[in-house]
Design a protein around this ligand. Sequence first.
Ligand code: UTP
Length: 290
Amino acid sequence: MTKPLRKVVFPVAGLGTRFLPATKVVAKEMLPVLDKPLIQYAVDEAVDAGADTLVFVTNRYKHAIADYFDKAYELEAKLEEKGKDELLALVQGTLPANVRAIFVTQPEAHGLGHAVLCAKPVVGNEPFGIILPDDLIWNRGKGALGQMAALAESEHAGVIAVEEVPHDQTDKYGIVDAEPVDQRSARIRYMVEKPKPADAPSNLAVVGRYVLPGRIFELLEQTEPGAGGEIQLTDAIEALLMEQGKVLAYRFEGTRFDCGNKAGLVRATMHMAMQDRQLAAVVRDFAAQL
Ligand code: UTP
């Protein structure tokens, strides 16, 4: 892929059943890790990767995400009046001025592949990124998507984030069989969706970051519903691999927290708290008491 990445898609139309009853009214992506909702971490990573157009694929229950990135006139006026400049900057900084947010809806939850396909009219035929906000990836240096965008541009190939997972957990992930190129990247030979540990070709699991060419939309259109009657993104990436012969798996630099489940959200919260001197002391004291 020769062009730099400008557009990033956030598929956020899932039902978030693992966080019921909270997700009856609160979108999973609005759950906070300390003071920032998951979607803010994802947007910050996309902006760090150079994106100026963010495409949110939502459903009719998720107005809160659009509201969050919208201007909050009354609140901003109040903060300004009271001279609370730091808070005002926080409220105004959810989306940088040069970045636009576009919302499209996925009318029914037909799967991740289907959600991505809903972004086709906005993305068109150019390379783009995908971030699943419930996979929070923390890194001191460049964000995971930015690392991947640089590789996609220099290697002219689609790039998928992977991470080693315990062998007994392969049936929770898409697993790749790949030939190493260097320490971090490998050429994918094939991918299998949720294999049993005995059948898994490796323990390299696909996680929530992708950089793909616009061609993936046409391949998604041709993809038949797979497991669970859902249109699987993995199936379309497999078709891309057949066609282009090269898709890279990339072991990003950073720590991933699967905030799609409670344990991951607890870990992410503890980790972020430990980055702050005062909160780190709170965590240590409390852990000692426990
Ligand atoms: P998950 O598998 O985590 O599903 O989706 P979910 O509905 O969000 O959560 P649970 O499993 O019920 O708790 C992975 C990603 O794909 C998006 C989700 O929003 C999430 O970011 N997705 C999934 C869609 O946008 N549309 C779909 O039809 C399915």
